[in-house]
Design a protein around this ligand. Structure first.
Ligand code: HEM
Length: 529
């Protein structure tokens, strides 16, 4: 009986295994499906509860494309007056959201900085960056972190910048000397400064690798290439609004961009090749010179000690970023400063008096004087407020959907931050349209370029904020102080000052500033021989 019972039990137990296992599986699957369905349903209804930001209706398929003004920063500013500080616009297939108040940007920074740390890579951004591999367009991740770390450690640290001062000094003095030789004649300020910045940056990047004649030839082409490069990057491109059309490159922008990038790539190949040849003959490290950036990069490539492999393409992406980002943005800022100073001669005079007081009359401007030039810094900050180089920053793309200012910001949206509008917002600034450098005097660290102040963002915000601030902080005022210490500047006779702006990726002067330098002292030029 016992054995019978036992066998019954064992039968039951077998029976149980045979039938309960599948039943449990089926039940679990059903619960799982139900849970997934429920979570999708609640997510949907949660999403439903949070609406998209308001915005203009637009037309089917094309959205607001037919009404778009190429000066997007002013166009978006007008829309913000109707739709508020966070609004949406549909550009073809692309949903864009524009943020126009310090508080919404602060919310993004505080709650979603990581989600907003990716760029919205446009067709041309991709073409202009070794297929999105450079620091500017790279997604937030290991590659971007590696490039940023190398730049900070090897080029932009306090120690490196101090060590490279002699190179900057030499190039700035060369520029002043050249202006003396052109005194009394009209010069295109932007062109002049871009050339100086090119010499300055390339001497830091790859020292004397290019022969003098090569440098002169390259700089001419570089100026033209940069104008086109930034204009293309900021021009609305059908390929971005209708990705299915991207392969046709209807406006021919990608072809043009690839041509510029091919030229830059050939320049880098040439410089690297020259350097490798020089390296096989001599060890630049042992002759007492400071290592330039290219030398450091080539050593890193040979050592290969980074967790992500550091290839020759990485070397080129860093040369590209440093060359392009550092030259054009600095020269554009300086051109705007000179424009405002020519418009306000009493302010130019005040800046010159300060420089003379700090530097002396028969002395050369040195970088060590720069931190003492408070008024010059106030002028620079005021110019960057009214004419931010990147008025819409470099657009971001949230990596997941989130809520900002009680609106839904879907994953993959293109995010513009209208810094230009924020810098002119009467809620943040007293008499915002007035050029008044005094507003930045005695403000402590509140408006330091590195500080986090969402009403003032000429260098951007969050993790993707400009990496070049330490270099720009040294070079831009140094160049300006040198130009203003030696010369008075005025417009050629019968010329009117034009302040109109054109938006590419950068906000440039529509009509380049041409001005005449007059030496301020008959003796000072002797210091620059
Ligand atoms: C007056 C000079 C400059 C201005 C006004 C300026 C402005 C900016 C702005 C607005 C951004 C976008 C930030 C964002 O999206 O939040 C940016 C990014 C960047 N800038 Fe600058 N910049 C200047 C000089 C420089 C210099 C000298 C360098 C290099 C040494 C540089 C390298 C970069 C790089 C690599 C990025 C991309 C950073 C990233 O995506 O992680 N910039 N800059």
């Amino acid at each position: 009986m016992a054995s019978e019972g036992l066998s019954m039990w064992s039968d039951w137990s077998n029976y149980k295994h045979e039938y309960t296992r599948p039943a449990i599986c089926i039940l679990s699957a059903a619960v799982l499906i139900l849970l997934t369905w429920y979570s999708l349903l609640t997510k949907k209804s949660r999403n439903k509860k949070v609406p998209l930001p308001p915005g203009p209706q637009g037309l089917p398929i094309v959205g607001i494309l037919p009404f778009l003004d190429p000066n997007l920063h002013t166009y978006f500013d007008k829309l913000a007056k109707t739709y508020g500080p966070i609004f949406k616009v549909q550009l073809g297939r692309k949903l864009c959201i524009v943020l126009s108040s310090p508080s919404v940007v602060q919310e993004v920074h505080k709650d979603h900085d990581l989600i907003f740390a990716n760029r919205d890579v446009t067709a041309l951004g991709f073409a202009a960056s070794y297929d999105g591999m450079d620091m500017v367009w790279s997604p937030y991740g290991q590659n971007w972190r590696m490039l940023r770390k190398i730049c900070v450690q090897e080029l932009l640290s306090h120690g490196r910048l101090e060590a490279l001062y002699d190179l900057r000094r030499r190039e700035v003095q060369k520029m002043v000397k050249q202006i003396y030789s052109n005194a009394g004649r009209p010069i295109d300020i932007g062109e002049y400064i871009l050339a100086t910045m090119f010499h300055l940056i390339t001497s830091v990047l790859w020292g004397g690798t290019l022969e003098k004649e090569d440098r002169e030839r390259v700089i001419l082409e570089f100026g033209k290439a940069m104008d086109e490069f930034f204009k293309l990057l900021g021009t609305p491109n059908v390929s971005d609004f209708f990705p299915v059309l991207a392969k046709f490159d209807i406006q021919g922008f990608e072809r043009k961009m690839k041509k510029i990038c091919k030229w830059l790539d050939q320049l880098f190949d040439y410089v690297i090749d020259q350097r490798l040849r020089m390296r096989s003959g001599e060890d630049l490290n042992n002759d007492g010179k400071v290592k330039d950036f290219l030398q450091v990069l080539l050593q890193l490539k040979d050592q290969g000690d980074h967790s992500t492999t550091f290839t020759i393409t990485h070397v080129k992406t860093l040369l590209l970023d440093m060359l392009v980002a550092a030259t054009k943005s600095s020269s554009t800022s300086i051109e705007w400063v000179m424009t405002e100073l020519i418009k306000h001669p009493e302010i130019m005079k005040k800046v010159q008096e300060e420089i003379e007081e700090v530097v002396g009359i028969n002395n050369i401007v040195e970088e060590s004087y720069i931190p003492k030039l408070n008024y010059l810094h106030a002028v620079l900050k005021e110019v960057m407020r009214l004419h931010p180089v990147a008025p819409l920053l470099i657009p971001r793309r949230p990596s997941e959907s989130c809520t900002v200012g009680s609106y839904m910001v879907p994953e993959g949206t293109k995010i513009f931050v209208n810094v230009w509008a924020i810098h002119r917002d009467p809620e943040c600034w007293e008499n915002p349209l007035e050029f008044k450098p005094e507003r930045f005097l005695n403000t402590g660290n509140d408006f330091d370029f590195k500080s986090t102040n969402f009403s003032y963002m000429p260098f951007g915000y969050g993790r993707r904020k400009c990496i070049g601030i330490p270099m720009a902080e040294r070079m831009v005022p140094y160049l300006l102080a040198s130009m203003l210490h030696s010369f008075d500047w005025k417009l050629p006779d019968a010329t009117k000052l034009d302040l109109s702006e054109t938006l590419g990726l950068e906000l440039t002067k529509t009509i380049p500033l041409v001005a005449i330098p007059t030496p301020r002292s008959s003796e000072r030029n002797k210091l620059y021989t």
